[in-house]
Design a protein around this ligand. Structure first.
Ligand code: NAD
Length: 459
């Protein structure tokens, strides 16, 4: 995109959109096909960028970013024509005869602000929704993942229509400039602090927002759970991307006896994935920046290190670590960890765990390893973006499940058909024939006959 000013980018996209460029279904499908081609042909370049930004292995890039995107594009492309068909709505008696329906219309020009932790996935996954909806879009990648941002701004215009899709690189100052422009929808993924800035900026233009935020995602492990499986899955969800995952287990809640049995199993699971020296293992990601590394290292002091605990600043790696004896007031429990440090926090029993989760900020995701009979209590007594029984993280790979938070963890959702809806306006359409002219019945003067008919209408 070079030096083009945010204002000029938005003007250019808006004009193209007003001319109807993005409206035809064929255009939308061609863009989605372009994304599919990009992911296929440029996999080595994209994978190299992710390795540069986060030390991500090609396998992890495929599983957690490129492969997810490929499946999402295929899912949306294959169903888009059907999803765009008008949906009939029932017409009540006083409005009959008539035909009512809803149509999804493009909102216009979208702004997509992406974070650094899954810098490819979280830039392109919303873009799939914007293009499916027939919107033009400005994509603002995170400056903390510069290799991926560079790859996106170089490659994306080669695969999608650059008259309707622009990548704007830059830091907070650029984002601030972008936010001064009028957009028709803003899709932001990142922390709550900037989320508030985005929402305030959007309010100036009455622009709708989707805020995909984070926070602390708890995991409860009950004594009745299969602890080996629980430990394997918690370690998998926590240590992928070195813990820099918005839905990663932030901390584990367990009673003392369960924690004592669980911790060695967590260690075994971490070793199985990343060996005895994770700091030198190429399959293990690094922390994104020195600033985040320096934020995380002091958190290692907030409990007893059950295993792990070593950190290497030159390579920005921190070992998969479990902390026990963690106090509620400690720094590691006062912020989203967003790194490979897993505090195990004591609860007395399952009731205590439910009360604790219900009393805190609403998490993006809650994971429970317990008996089937307690699912109802967890589901109805706590509120969270998602609740998963028996596995963390994986719900985001189910395209028909909404992905999004509630309260502090965000507003709005996407994935699958909901991505299309997030970038569309659902317009109400009513068609009423001239004859018979039943509207006469609703207008004065109201004589005896009309009153009798109206009395039937209103029951
Ligand atoms: P980040 O620092 O990369 O910021 C996100 C975006 O905001 C970037 O594009 C950045 O340029 C912009 N930005 C930064 N400061 C700004 C300012 N002052 N004004 C305007 N724009 C600004 O990402 P982050 O916030 O560190 O991301 C981590 C957070 O994101 C975590 O809390 C994580 O849980 C959350 N997250 C949520 C999801 C989700 O899907 N819900 C996914 C990934 C990450």
């Amino acid at each position: 995109m070079g030096a083009e000013e945010p204002e000029s980018v938005v003007r250019r996209l808006r004009e193209a959109h007003r001319r109807g460029l993005a409206r035809p279904l064929e255009w939308r499908l061609a863009q989605l096909d372009g994304l599919a081609q990009l992911l296929l042909e440029q996999r080595p370049a994209l994978s190299a960028a992710l390795r540069q930004d986060l030390g991500k292995s090609a396998d992890e890039s495929l599983v957690t970013e490129i492969g997810l995107l490929q499946r999402e594009v295929a899912h949306v492309s294959g169903r888009l024509a059907r999803w765009l068909r008008p949906q009939r709505a029932a017409v009540p008696l006083p409005v009959q005869p008539g035909r009512a329906s809803t149509v999804l219309e493009p909102l216009g020009v979208a702004l997509i602000i992406a974070p650094w932790n899954y810098p490819l996935l979280l830039a392109l996954s919303p873009l799939i929704g914007a293009l499916a909806a027939g919107d033009a879009a400005v994509v603002k990648p995170s400056e903390l993942a510069p290799a991926t941002a560079g790859a996106l701004s170089e490659l994306l215009p080669r695969y999608v229509d650059a008259r309707a899709v622009a990548v704007v690189e830059g830091d907070a100052a650029t984002t601030t400039e972008l936010l001064e422009q009028r957009f028709d929808v803003i899709f932001y993924t990142g922390g709550g602090r900037v989320g508030r800035i985005v929402m305030a900026a959007a309010a100036r233009h009455l622009t709708p927002v989707v805020l995909e935020l984070g926070g602390k995602c708890p995991v409860y492990v009950d004594p009745s759970a299969d602890l080996e499986v629980a430990a394997d899955r918690i370690a998998w969800g926590k240590f992928m991307n070195a813990g820099q995952t918005c839905v990663a287990p932030d901390h584990v809640l367990a009673d003392d006896a369960t924690a004592a049995r669980l911790v060695p199993l967590l260690e075994r699971a971490a070793r199985r994935m990343y060996g005895g020296d994770p700091l030198r293992n190429d399959a293990y990601c690094r922390i994104v920046s020195e600033q985040h590394f320096d934020r995380l290292v002091p958190l290692l002091e907030d409990g007893e290190v059950a295993f792990g605990g070593r950190a290497d600043r030159p390579s920005l790696r921190i070992e998969p670590t479990v902390l026990t004896g963690v106090a509620d007031g400690s720094a590691v429990m006062q912020q989203e960890v967003f790194g490979p440090i897993l505090p195990v926090v004591r609860v007395t029993d399952e009731e205590d765990a439910i009360e604790r989760v219900a009393g805190g900020d609403k998490p993006l995701s809650l994971t429970v390893f317990s008996k089937p009979s307690s699912r109802a209590a967890w589901t109805t007594r706590t509120s969270s973006g998602s609740i998963a029984f028996g596995v963390p993280v994986l719900h985001l790979a189910v395209p028909d499940l909404p992905f999004g938070g509630v309260g502090e963890s965000g507003t709005g959702s996407y994935h699958g058909r909901r991505s299309l809806v997030a970038f569309s306006h659902e317009k109400a359409v009513l068609v009423k024939p001239s004859r018979p002219d039943t509207v006469q019945l609703l207008s004065p003067p109201f004589g005896r006959v009309k009153r009798r008919v109206l009395a039937r209408f209103t029951g």
